[in-house]
Structures are given as structure tokens and as C-alpha cells.
Design a binder for this molecule. Structure first.
Ligand code: NAD
Length: 489
């Protein structure tokens, strides 16, 4: 079994308490590596290293073009190690290999290149104060030390959404990946060493939320926290951060609706709806997990949906022919099965799936693509995030009813609209309470376009210019050219 170290101050370190925990391969259910169980002593080492790198080292004072060139080298390093990163991501969290490489890895590389180009374009403004003897201008400045706390469903992508803009903005960073999938972030550190950034600019500590996450969140030298995870975790972190008035970005969960109208193109829409939830086994924050069908097409749509869902081939996430991989960890596997049982008991109709399976004799954690029909807005399945391959199908008659049902949620991460009436689509896009709205497609995203939540799905944005702005603070500088300052009294 492989034993990892954690990464701080440009060194690979053993955890202060000498303790490790096991990480499992979700395809086999077997432990394959040991991850350092860091505590507040390790956090102290990492944060102080990041602080020195920013405040004493060259990083904080570096010419922005030079800094941009370094961030670009991080993209080159990912490109050089893309195969290895994809292999470890699949082994540790069960993500399909074909989804990671080349698709996801090219996105990771682009993120570094995109933000590298922004590093020397952070222009402030001269403010028209209306006073000739005053020059007032703004500067965009980094926070100093930032913390990036990430979830287990897409560790590399989420880490780089934080790393690339944070570094290009001139911050140093301490990452804390999920205890359920830390290995790929540690492998990423190995790859990024090749870019030869100053020690302490990038650090990764591993471990549990309470033991490693909380000392990081509460550390006085950390001034910004970018958190991706559950609403419960986010609420706890936001509360702790508020005690020392830290800036916080929250990327949290979702229960995203897909609205399908009678005039939607049937086959394309079924493909889009299935593709919007099942391939990552529903383990995507923007999974379109609530399907709202207009009454006129309800029956024909469900029939076609079941036909397509039943075609899915569960299996080895390394096999390019696998359509759905495993659930990433045992605790979550049990939780998803609990949601399915609860949906059964609350009166929804199980139209397909619902079972744990062992495709090809696999010993890991697989759940069939599961579709419940006759779901009503009050049922837990319509309200709670399952984060698994479970689709809740609901019926509506009018556009207003669809809108009301779609917005009747504590979440507001994404929404999809399927219709050939573009006037209706654009009107609804304006009225849906969601950070991302898809019209006749689902799941698209890119480095240039901001993502983030409304309501309890969070605040702040990742990607695009807004993703950069989240890692900057604005200073307003006032200069007087007045020949004399008059006495105040
Ligand atoms: P989680 O909240 O349990 O954990 C997320 C991270 O926070 C982990 O690294 C964990 O160790 C850490 N953490 C937990 N408690 C902490 C504490 N008290 N102090 C500091 N750190 C703490 O979430 P999860 O189960 O890992 O992730 C799944 C959730 O993430 C889902 O709700 C999903 O929708 C969401 N998610 C959101 C996005 C997005 O961009 N909006 C992306 C991916 C996942």
C-alpha cells in the first residue's frame, strides 16, 4: 500500500501526530493508500510557510507578468502529468477515466493558462471624484494567504478552480482536499513541483474537517476561504470564518430542476436529461436531479427515459465503454441507498433501478440509475440533495406552475429548460432562481464562464473574471495636489 506525505513549504512532510488514514478504491472497495491525518500543528506549518512566501518571499512582490509566466508553467506541468493524474483520480474516487483525460485535464490546463494571462491585466481605475486637486485611484490586491477547502466528487477540478485564480492574483494558498479523495490533490502537488514556484506558495494539508479544516479556517493568518462542499459544512465554515471576519466564497449543493415542455424535441431532450445526471452517478453539484415534465408529454417522455436509462452499462471506471462508474465512498453509498428507501416509503413510484449492484462481479459501490415518478413537491426526494444516480420526476400543466415548482427549493445552483419556444426559454431563464441556466442543453461549463449558486447553493463565483475577483480586494488610494490644507476649525 502506498503512503503519502503532505506538502508544505516546498517539502513532503509526515503528519505531526504520525497518524494516517486509509483511502479506498470505489471500484473494488479496497484500501490502496494511506493519507496523512493532519492536525493543527501541520496546519500551522503550512499556513506559516504560505505567509512567509507571500509577505517575505518574492511571490507577493513579483512582477505580475513574471507571476503569470509561472502560473502558465503550472498548466504545462499538468499537461506533462495528465495520464498519472487521471489514473489516480479514477482510482481514488471512481470518476470515469474518459471523463478525466483528455476532457477534464485539458480544462485544468486551460484554467492555468487563462488566469496566467490575467495576472498582469488587473487594472485599477481612476475615480472621477469631481475634485481637481484630488487623485483617487483603485488597486486590486491579493488577500495574502488563502485557504481552498474542496469536496470529493471532482478533487482536481475543484482544486484548480481555486489554485489558478488565487495564485495569478498573487495569493499563496493552503489546500485541504476531502478526506474521501485526497490522493489526486497530493499527486497534483508532485506534478506542480516541476513548475518550480517559490517554496510555500502552494501547500496541501490532508485530513478531516474538524481536525485539519477547522484550524485552517480559524487561523489568524488566513484571510480568505474558498469552500466547496455541502450546505452543512459550508454553514459551519462560514460561521467559524465570521468570528475573524474572513472573506468567504461558498460553492455548495444543489437540487437542480430540468423543465421539459410539450414542444421539446423528445429524443434529444431525453439524452440531455439522462446525460445531466447519470454519467457521474449523480455525483455532480449541478446534477439535474428534479425532472419537471409537462402533462402532454409526461407518459411518452417517461417511457423513452426508462428505455435510455436501462441501456446504461455500470462497471470499471477505467473501461471506456462504461457509462456509469461507482459511488465514490462507502459512507455516501449508504446515504444514497437511504434516500432511495425514503423515497419508496414516501409514496413515489420506483420506475427503474433502486438497487445496489456488483457489475461484472465488482466488489465496490455501485447503484443502478434510479428513476422515481409521481414525485410531489413536498416529498424529501423533491427537496433534499441526493448526490447520487436518482432522478425525481414531477408533472406540471402550465409555464407558471413549472416556474413556481422549479423555484420552490432552498437550492439555486443550476436549471435546465427544454423547449422549442425561444421566447419562453429566455423569459424563464430570467425568472429562474439559479446561478446557471441551460437552454436546450445541460452540463456545459468552461474556464471563461462563471459558476456559482443562488440561495443556499452558495455565494461568490468560480471561473471567468469573477473567479479572479473573488481572490482580490480593492484598495482606494487618495492623493492630494492641493497647495495647502486648510485648518479644520
Ligand atoms: P462536506 O461539506 O462534507 O466536505 C467538504 C470539505 O469540507 C471537505 O474537505 C471536508 O473535510 C471539509 N470540512 C467539513 N467540515 C469542515 C469544518 N468544520 N471545517 C473545515 N472544513 C470542513 O462536503 P462533501 O460531502 O465533501 O461534498 C459534497 C457536496 O459538495 C455536495 O453537496 C455537492 O453538491 C457539493 N459540491 C458543490 C460544488 C459547487 O461548485 N457548488 C462542487 C462540487 C461539490
Amino acid at each position: 500500500m502506498q503512503t503519502y506525505s503532505y506538502y508544505a513549504d516546498g517539502k513532503w512532510l509526515e503528519p505531526a501526530n504520525g497518524e494516517y488514514f486509509e483511502t479506498e478504491n470505489p471500484y473494488t472497495g479496497e484500501a490502496w493508500a494511506q493519507i496523512p491525518r493532519c492536525n493543527e500543528k501541520d496546519v500551522e506549518i503550512a499556513v506559516q510557510a504560505a505567509y512567509r512566501a507571500h509577505h517575505e518571499g518574492p511571490w507577493g512582490r513579483m512582477n505580475p507578468s513574471e507571476r503569470g509566466a509561472m502560473v502558465r508553467r503550472l498548466g504545462d506541468a499538468v499537461a506533462n502529468h495528465a495520464d498519472r493524474l487521471a489514473e489516480i483520480e479514477t482510482r481514488d474516487n471512481g470518476k470515469r477515466r474518459v471523463d478525466i483525460h483528455p476532457g477534464l485535464t485539458s480544462w485544468l490546463i486551460d484554467s492555468f493558462y487563462y488566469y496566467a494571462g490575467m495576472a498582469d491585466k488587473l487594472e485599477g481605475s481612476v475615480i472621477p471624484t469631481g475634485r481637481d486637486e484630488i487623485l483617487n485611484y483603485t488597486r486590486h490586491e491579493p488577500f495574502g494567504v488563502v485557504a481552498g477547502i474542496t469536496a470529493w466528487n471532482s478533487p482536481l477540478l475543484i482544486a484548480i478552480w481555486k489554485l489558478a485564480p488565487a495564485l495569478a492574483a498573487g495569493n499563496s494558498i493552503v489546500l485541504k482536499p476531502s478526506e474521501f479523495a485526497s490522493a489526486s490533490t497530493l499527486e497534483l502537488m508532485k506534478a506542480l513541483e516541476e513548475a518550480d514556484l517559490p517554496s510555500g506558495v502552494i501547500n496541501t494539508i490532508t485530513g478531516f474537517g474538524a481536525e485539519a479544516g477547522e484550524p485552517l479556517v480559524t487561523h489568524e493568518r488566513v484571510r480568505k476561504i474558498s469552500f466547496t462542499g455541502s450546505v452543512e459544512g459550508g454553514a459551519r465554515v462560514a460561521g467559524l470564518a465570521a468570528r475573524s471576519i474572513k472573506s468567504v466564497t461558498m460553492e455548495l449543493g444543489g437540487k437542480s430542476p430540468q423543465l421539459v415542455f410539450d414542444d421539446a424535441r423528445l429524443a434529444d431532450t431525453v439524452h440531455g436529461v439522462c446525460g445531466g445526471i447519470f454519467p457521474p452517478a449523480g455525483q455532480s453539484c449541478i446534477a439535474g436531479s428534479r425532472l419537471l415534465l409537462q402533462a402532454g408529454i409526461y407518459d411518452s417522455f417517461v417511457e423513452k427515459l426508462l428505455e435510455v436509462a436501462k441501456r446504461a452499462k455500470l462497471g470499471d471506471p477505467n473501461d471506456p465503454h462504461t457509462s456509469i462508474g461507482p459511488i465514490a465512498n462507502k459512507i455516501h453509498f449508504d446515504r444514497v441507498l437511504g434516500h432511495i428507501e425514503c423515497a419508496r416509503q414516501s409514496g413515489a413510484t420506483l420506475a427503474c433501478g433502486g438497487n445496489a449492484v456488483n457489475p461484472g462481479g465488482a466488489t465496490g459501490w455501485f447503484i443502478e440509475p434510479t428513476i422515481f415518478t409521481d414525485v410531489t413537491p413536498q416529498m424529501p426526494l423533491a427537496r433534499d440533495e441526493v448526490f447520487g444516480p436518482v432522478l425525481a420526476v414531477m408533472r406540471f400543466d402550465t409555464e407558471e406552475e413549472a416556474l413556481q415548482m422549479a423555484n420552490d427549493s432552498n437550492f439555486g445552483l443550476a436549471a435546465g429548460i427544454w423547449t422549442e419556444d425561444h421566447r419562453r426559454a429566455l423569459n424563464l431563464a430570467n425568472r429562474l432562481e439559479a446561478g446557471t441556466v441551460y437552454l436546450n442543453n445541460y452540463f456545459d461549463a468552461c474556464t471563461q464562464s462563471p459558476v456559482g449558486g443562488y440561495k443556499q447553493s452558495g455565494y461568490g463565483r468560480e471561473n471567468g473574471w469573477e473567479g479572479m475577483r473573488d481572490f482580490l480586494q480593492t484598495k482606494s488610494v487618495w492623493l492630494s495636489t492641493a497647495r495647502e490644507i486648510p485648518p479644520p476649525f
